[in-house]
Design a protein around this ligand. Structure first.
Ligand SMILES: [Zn+2]
Length: 214
């Protein structure tokens, strides 16, 4: 990552989802507002939220979209294949909610459907969309270019030392294996991976230590 770009992380919701705000030139891309959209909007009052993206349709990644887009007016986007089920994220969740003030809701219909090869821009940063099925049928990974070179937002596809579960609706282990092999090939080793849960890591570290990438 170059220049004046900044990444903020908010840990939100009942399963500790990482919501990332990528700020470049005063514009801000928010990825995976899983809960507490109004609070996230308040904490981004100093920048212009220009786009909201979910890496996949699970409730803990889209539950804050509605409040965030209502507060900011920003369009929101998700992978085209995940979009139909995204609008019923809460009822499709196997999870018993314990919201405790962390406001969540089903998102509205997405404004933009993302597909392989699309590019999401914010300031001088660009993120190229990879279709990465496995954890859900239509999950995506965002690979940074321009001033975001060296950063990738990997959602629940890849974690430090692990990968996303494939036993939920729409999950598929053989697709996950193909997706992980592709990420290992296509994401440069020095890239920082911002995961949907837990700590950031690097592709080099995962190539060396993650049993799911070997
Ligand atoms: Zn998930």
């Amino acid at each position: 990552m170059a220049g004046q770009d900044e990444i903020r992380c908010f840990v939100v919701g009942d399963i500790q989802t990482n919501c990332y705000a990528y700020v470049s030139q005063g514009d801000c891309l928010v990825v995976d507002p899983g809960a507490s959209g109004a609070r996230i909007a308040q904490q981004l009052a100093d920048v212009r939220v220009t786009q909201v993206v979910a890496t996949h349709r699970h409730h803990d990644h889209v539950g804050g979209v509605r409040a965030l887009v209502e507060a900011t007016g920003a369009p929101w986007a998700i992978g085209a294949i995940d979009a139909p089920r995204a609008v019923q994220a809460l009822e499709l969740s196997s999870h018993v909610f314990d919201v405790d003030g962390d406001d969540i809701a089903d998102p509205p219909e997405p404004d933009v459907l993302l597909r392989e090869g699309d590019v999401v821009e914010v300031g001088t940063a660009r993120f190229r969309v990879l279709d990465t099925p496995g954890h859900t049928e239509g999950g995506i990974v965002l690979v940074g270019e321009g001033s975001a070179t060296g950063v990738a937002l990997v959602g629940d596809t890849l974690f430090a030392g692990s990968c996303g579960r494939t036993d939920l609706l729409g999950g598929d282990w053989s697709q996950m294996q193909a997706t992980l092999a592709r990420l290992a090939r296509e994401i440069a080793p020095e890239t920082t991976l911002l995961c949907g849960h837990g700590q950031p890591t690097t592709m080099a570290h995962e190539l060396a230590a993650n049993p799911y990438l070997s």
